[in-house]
Design a protein around this ligand. Structure first.
Ligand code: TPP
Length: 381
């Protein structure tokens, strides 16, 4: 028996051999024919803003880890190392584009103005869902791997049907490439030309499973099987992510269908605060990626431009202190929810079965209340 297998279409991928990059590890800016046309607005003021944003985000993330270690949060998924990917996308797309993310995209939430209380509530266990998605143009975090990619495509198709110009962005990690949901989402998006950006932060691991084991071919080749073009960029280069996000969004908005953007990055910390990454990766690998730190890279670039980096770092300290103080203050304000609030926000209009369950719960709760001692005759009333 002979079998034939068509080769993946390499021509649909930009950056397959080397991720597209404009900022080298030492901070030097170099030319890139694909990305440069989308970086026309980059000046020192913008670079400064991106640096402050990425630095404050790192401080916020570290603070959330510290709060978890103190027992104030049940769990936290750190994003350290992925600041350029998240700020690069979050500060580039208009706030009207709708984001559908997993749990690690707190940097995108920060860009969308999500408050500390809203960001922490789920991780403290005081809410089932942190914020109003329509107010933030961002769905609340999805823990089921890749499920949000279907929501994004559905939203994008509906937006297009209603004549809107917004795009939907599905954010996920490399592990989502191993899930059926993403593949179904890509089939629909490609078949119907849905205005959706598939944004993959390839941080090299799905918990302990390295991406090299997850896929025998580079993951950037897999969307090409659905006919979806791919941009593969250095995810630790905030300018590369910015340019690629713009390029992709422009193409999608003009009606050319979905784009897959792979940001090649690395999770410097554990998968969550419950994970011990020393069990599955070595110091040498970690050291290599530490040298590619996205925040340090932009700082080096600013130094090369002669920007006042010392005063910028002072500004970062002030802004980071205010932001982390905000997280600590938010924790104190997160009161445990009333038990029967479990029944709220399940449906837009509550149905009778749910109302009945709520009444049964209330009756059960009342049955647990301590009985009042009976009064003996003659005792004062
Ligand atoms: C459908 C499903 N299967 C398994 C899990 C357990 N799980 C939680 S996180 C994770 C790894 C996800 O890795 P990746 O998609 O690369 O995202 P990252 O955590 O690296 O950002 C897995 C398998 C899950 N949440 N959902």
């Amino acid at each position: 028996m002979s079998t034939t297998m068509s080769a993946p279409d390499h021509h649909l991928v930009e950056g397959l051999d080397q991720p597209l990059q404009v900022l080298a590890e030492d901070g030097t800016r170099h030319a890139d024919a694909v990305l440069d046309p989308h970086l026309g607005d980059v000046d020192e003021a913008l670079l400064t803003d991106l640096f402050v944003d990425m630095s404050v985000l790192r401080a916020l993330d570290d603070e959330a880890v510290a709060l978890q270690r103190k027992g104030e949060l049940g769990l936290w998924p750190p994003l350290r190392g992925q600041e350029a990917a998240q700020i690069g996308l979050g500060r580039t797309l208009p706030a009207t584009d709708f984001l559908f993310t997993s749990y690690r995209e707190n940097g995108l939430a920060w860009c969308r103005g999500v408050t500390p209380q809203e960001m922490l509530a789920v991780w403290r266990g005081t809410a089932l869902s942190g914020w109003d998605p329509y107010q933030r143009h961002m769905a609340t975090p999805q823990v089921i791997i890749a499920a949000q990619t279907l929501h994004a495509v559905g939203y994008a198709m509906a937006t297009r049907a209603q004549g809107g110009s917004e795009i939907a962005v599905a954010c996920f990690g490399d592990g989502a490439l191993s899930q059926g949901d993403l593949h179904e989402a890509m089939v629909f998006a490609a078949s119907f030309g849905a205005p959706v950006l598939f944004f993959c932060q390839n941080n090299q691991y799905a918990i302990s499973e390295p991406v090299t084991v997850q896929s025998p071919v580079p993951i950037a080749l897999r969307p090409t099987g659905f006919g979806i073009p791919v941009l593969r960029v250095d995810g630790n280069d905030v300018l590369a992510v910015r340019a690629a996000s713009r390029l992709a969004a422009q193409r999608i908005r003009s009606g050319e269908g979905p784009v897959f953007l792979e940001a090649v990055t690395y999770r410097l910390g554990p998968h969550t605060t419950s994970d011990d990454p020393t069990r599955y990766r070595d110091e040498e690998e970690l050291a290599r990626w530490r040298r590619r730190c996205p925040v340090l890279r932009l700082q080096r670039h600013l130094e090369q431009l002669g920007a006042p980096v010392d005063s910028l770092r002072e500004e970062v300290t002030i802004r980071a202190d205010a932001a982390t103080a905000g997280l600590r203050a938010a924790i104190d304000q997160l009161a445990p929810p009333a038990p029967d609030s479990l029944f709220e926000h399940v449906y837009t209009t509550e149905d009778t079965a749910l109302s009945r369950q709520r009444e049964q719960w209330r009756a059960f709760e009342a049955s647990l209340a301590p009985e009042k001692p009976e009064q003996s005759p003659g005792s004062p009333s």
